[in-house]
Design a protein. Sequence first.
Length: 62
Amino acid sequence: MCYMWSSLVTIIVLANTMENYDPHSLSEMTRAVLIATQPLPLLIVFYWLLAKGVRKVERDRG
């Protein structure tokens, strides 16, 4: 479920960004920041999955 919301947010952000995206008018730093921030919503999902896995391992041990 969380992955679905993360994907939805990523798609909305990409659609809004690419609608007005003209790479020739942006500086290299701005383009690099845009590329670097696109996968950030997925980091939340990866952290959630990692935490869920760690909790499961701890529950199985004890």
